[in-house]
Design a protein around this ligand. Structure first.
Ligand code: AMP
Length: 204
């Protein structure tokens, strides 16, 4: 596997990152800023961005900022929500797929790590699914929760609650990492080994 140099000269072994995030435009400016900052930082390090293919909310901001900073941006969108999420027409690759399940499988297959930015129900679904799939050993890729402004505090508390009450196990807390800055995110991506390409999509 080749390493990719950034403008800053840093090298990451991870070359593609899936960004899960909200599709709503109606959110506070700091959420939009962080989406832009994350995408720009990934792009500057030569990392391909994989995301849901829409041009709305943080999703659109991630795609636009990534493209502007020179990233390859791959969108994967189901046919039935192309108009709802305003399909992005300027992407490096846009895959129109039959349904949500194909979309989510493809996002996992095409990515070597996952960043979960603030989002709504769709992002929650994606977050829980990628965590569950890791717990079930269907993949072994880094999952990083970007806890912008404490947005994910309640989500994290809920996961801790499942451990406290015995519904999950202590090692489950090791399925993911939490960051609050772009630098922390990059440090984790730099420290992570390139994950095995094996993804058991047939069981997802
Ligand atoms: P949201 O966080 O609700 O704004 O949605 C973010 C992304 O998740 C959008 O691209 C949605 O299409 C997608 N999404 C919504 N519902 C689901 C679901 N049940 N499974 C997977 N993705 C979803």
């Amino acid at each position: 596997m080749s390493f990719i140099s950034s403008k800053q000269g840093s090298k990451l072994s991870i070359s593609s990152v899936c960004v899960y995030c909200g599709s709503s435009n109606d959110v506070a400016p700091h959420f939009k800023s962080v989406a832009s900052d994350v995408a720009t930082a990934l792009a500057q390090r030569g990392i391909t961005i994989v995301y849901g293919g829409g041009h709305v909310g943080l999703m659109g901001i991630v795609a636009d900022a990534g493209l502007k900073a020179g990233a390859k941006v791959i969108g994967i969108i189901p046919e039935h929500i192309r108009s709802k999420e305003v399909q992005h027409n300027g992407l490096t690759e846009l895959h129109v797929v039959a349904n949500m399940h194909t979309r989510k499988n493809m996002m996992v297959e095409r990515s070597e790590a996952f960043v979960i930015l603030p989002g709504g129900l769709g992002t929650l679904d994606e977050a829980f699914e990628i965590l569950t799939w890791k717990k079930l050993k269907l993949h072994n890729k880094p999952i990083i929760i970007f806890n912008e402004g404490g947005y994910w505090d309640i989500f994290l508390a809920l996961i801790h609650q499942t451990v406290k009450e015995g519904f999950s196990q202590l090692p489950d807390l090791g399925l993911f990492k939490v960051v609050t800055t772009v630098d922390e995110l990059l440090a984790i991506l730099e420290s992570e080994a390139k994950p095995s390409a094996t993804v058991v999509t047939s069981k997802m």
